[in-house]
Design a protein around this ligand. Structure first.
Ligand code: 3HC
Length: 704
């Protein structure tokens, strides 16, 4: 079988058209760079060709280098194919639709002109996979739009919409999206004889901005210091742009290449590449009908106007989907809507949305009081009180009114999906959609598959999550589902380490140093210590072997519920959220230790980190073993988007592999002996650990 042709070349009306055709996103995979170089050569050699167009087939221009090829030997670099464009004696026009990202935009920048359709997006998102633009992007973009704007784009990695790209000067002209190829050919004919050829590399006027504001690079370093801690790529991006302002073009390219090489195979880049593909893998549902496209959600309903219900309604409204929010009384609805209004107002005040956006979004949320009013919605998310009898009643009513084919979803964080599904005559249409609080901010939506949930419903619920900007991951129905269940042992260990002599501030510091935005105790102070108090009491009553967590229980009983009461794990000054370590907490810990005869000792940072994360790794293995998640990498996605796990560490199971499955099994076995049943190594961990296998590739032991 012959290789598919990834770059085509044809001539129309005296213009050589170079079409990259490498589905799905025209990444610069094997043969693409070669094809571009070859086509540019053909265009230049053909006296019948006056100019050329570089365009993408299918849904995009070029989405960048093929990320799967990083770390492997490459025959050609982006630098070589961009050089061919740069050195073309005849002008080349980049015609952009869909995405021009990374190496894709770098190819466009090496062309003499760029036109785009209004829906196109451009960007240099390399930093998000732990590298920097390595095909001249850090040298050309500052020359084209100025170092400050270029640095902002490169360090954030954001996608810039076409209109803004035009404003910035990245794109020369916006054209109608009905016939991009035709528009590009016409544009190319218009500029074919213009000389000298405009080349980004030759521009220098915008570089003067750096002379006028030489502190801009240091200021940028300072501004990213907190977010980019432990990472190299964002700083290398700044260094490369700085080089563009100080070094001649060719030398700047050398610097870019050197900095790129330092990043490509670093741990940070490997972990981020893993996270990128884990996020794509998570959307794949084993056993789902191939190519099944769920019907688009045009209208949604939320039952329950509490904080969570309001947050979920905002998710729909934010993404242009009209949503009805239902509750039993007008009063609850009014309160709920007021909360939504207040939340939007805060966002406007903070500048994260504009007043116009708020005015557009709010009317999409309509308050209704009767089930009949939501009957024709494509999806309904139940967000009522977490009580089985209440949920059962809601699902029986939903079954009675909702149109056939509607997705019936529950936001319960604990109740078995089957209980709700069994109240309906359509259990195949019922699933969980577990949003994380605050729902309009947190990215994760855990889609929970009940025993009878159809794969079509799962695909539909996943698509719904995607449509409202979430990353969805599937879990099987079990206590805590996959995300919270895998995190629960982390919480238990952080409390129990206190009894043995660690302090909240020490544990928090270890986790912040590791990369979490906040330590787990500080987070607990924010969410409230009382939230899990009742659950613990219930569990303790139901299970005689339940290991009580005395320290948090006592704090709650003392009225220390976190920031809202001015004290929890830390003490807070009025009107200030800074946590201050508190002697009271120390003495509660000491009392508990004394009362239960627990020996006090010191902990190393490494022991704290391992004890917290390994408890969760073991639980994640149990979850997989029981078929409550499809893949280990899905659990990583849950940790990245549900719990603030540092992305540049890949995820819980990716990190576990950096420790090694054998070492983990040994450690957990040792703790099993020391601490008892809660550290029993899971069978899956045993199986993988004994062989020294890879944890992040583990799959569900039984079908979900
Ligand atoms: N390399 C390899 N595969 C890629 C890819 C890339 N750059 N970009 C996307 N894909 C694959 C995805 O893995 C997925 O494959 P699958 O169907 O087998 O899972 C498929 O293309 C579709 O991707 P998405 O599901 O993400 O499609 P969306 O439409 O949601 O998003 C996108 C499209 C915005 C282009 C998104 O895929 C994306 O952000 N891609 C990465 C872009 C990027 O980082 N480019 C820079 C690469 S590094 C570089 O260019 C270095 C240079 O400076 C030298």
């Amino acid at each position: 079988m012959s290789e598919p042709q990834v770059v085509r070349y044809d001539v129309e009306d005296g213009i050589g058209v170079i079409t990259v055709d490498n589905p799905p996103v025209n990444a610069l995979g094997p043969g693409v760079r070669e094809g571009i170089i070859d086509a540019v050569g053909r265009g230049n050699a053909d006296p019948g060709v006056a100019a050329m167009v570089l365009i993408g087939a299918g849904r995009s221009f070029i989405a960048g280098a093929d990320i799967r090829q990083f770390g492997k030997a490459r025959t050609l670099t982006t630098g070589q194919s961009t050089k061919a464009l740069d050195e073309s004696a005849k002008p080349v026009v980049a015609a952009i639709h869909g995405y021009a990202l990374g190496g894709g935009l770098e190819h466009a920048l090496a062309c003499n002109y760029r036109i785009a359709v209004p829906t196109a997006k451009v960007g240099l998102p390399e930093v998000l996979i732990g590298i920097l633009p390595g095909g001249g992007g850090t040298q050309r973009l500052p020359r084209l739009i100025g170092p400050k704007a270029a640095m902002e784009m490169i360090v954030s990695g954001r996608h810039v919409p076409a209109a803004e790209a035009k404003q910035l000067g990245i794109v020369d002209e916006l054209v109608d999206d009905k016939d991009l190829r035709g528009a590009a050919i016409r544009f190319a004919k218009g500029i074919a004889s213009k000389r000298p050829l405009p080349r980004v590399r030759d521009k220098s006027d915008r570089l003067a901005e750096a002379k006028a504001d030489p502190g801009m690079f240091e200021a940028m370093r300072k501004s990213i210091a907190r977010k980019a801690r432990n990472q190299k790529a964002p700083y290398h991006c700044i260094a490369a742009v700085e080089a563009a302002t100080k070094e001649p073009f060719e030398q700047g390219l050398e610097t870019e290449r050197r900095l790129f090489a330092e990043l490509e195979n670093a741990d940070e880049a490997k972990a981020l590449r893993y996270a990128f593909f884990a996020e794509r893998e998570v959307a794949k549902i084993p056993g789902a009908p191939k190519d099944y496209k769920p019907p688009r959600i045009k209208t949604a309903a939320v039952v329950g106007a509490g904080t969570m219900g309001g947050g979920i309604a905002m998710c729909f409204a934010d993404y242009g989907i009209p949503v009805k929010i239902m509750d039993a009384t007008r009063e609850t609805l009014d309160k709920g809507l007021q909360r939504v209004r207040d939340n939007y107002a805060v966002s406007v005040k903070r500048g994260s949305i504009t007043q116009a956006q708020m005015d557009e979004r709010l009317p999409r949320i309509q308050a209704v009081e009767r089930y009949e009013d939501i009957a024709d919605c494509d999806v309904v998310v139940e967000v009522v009180f977490e009580r089985v009898d209440v949920k059962k009643e809601v699902f029986a009513k939903l079954d009675a009114v909702m149109k056939p084919g509607a997705l019936l979803l529950s936001n319960s964080s604990a109740i078995d999906t089957d209980i709700m599904a069994n109240m309906t005559n359509r259990p195949q249409d019922v699933a969980g959609a577990h949003f994380f609080a605050p729902a309009n901010v947190m990215k994760l939506c855990e889609v929970v598959k009940g025993t009878k949930t159809s794969n079509e419903t799962i695909v539909g619920a996943m698509q719904m999550g995607r449509d409202v900007g979430k990353i969805s991951a599937v879990a099987g129905s079990c206590d805590g589902f996959a995300a919270n269940r895998s995190r629960a042992p982390f919480i238990t260990e952080m409390m129990l380490m206190l009894e043995e002599g660690a302090l909240p501030e020490q544990i928090d510091k270890v986790m912040v140093d590791y990369g979490y935005p906040m330590g787990p105790f500080a987070v607990n102070d924010l969410s409230g210590l009382d939230i899990s108090y009742d659950t613990r009491k219930r569990r303790a009553a139901a299970d005689p072997n339940y290991r009580k967590l005395h320290v948090p229980d006592r704090l709650v009983e003392m009225g220390r519920k976190g920031q809202k009461t001015g004290a929890g794990w830390y003490r807070y000054e009025k009107g200030d959220r800074t946590p201050h370590p508190d002697e009271v907490v120390k003495s509660v810990i000491a009392d508990v230790a004394k009362e239960f005869g627990i020996e006090q000792r010191t902990f190393t940072d490494d022991e704290i980190l391992r004890r917290l994360l390994l408890a969760s790794v073991n639980e994640a293995c149990k979850i997989l073993e029981e078929g409550k998640a499809y893949r280990a990498s899905d659990i990583d996605v849950m940790w990245l988007h549900g719990f603030g796990f540092p992305r540049y560490r890949g995820g819980l199971m990716y990190w576990a592999d950096t420790v090694g499955s054998k070492a983990i099994l040994d450690q957990i076995s040792e703790w099993h002996e020391r601490y008892g049943a809660r550290w029993r190594p899971s069978n899956l961990l045993r199986e993988i650990g004994e062989k020294g296998g890879v944890l992040r590739e583990a799959k569900a032991g039984v079908p979900l």
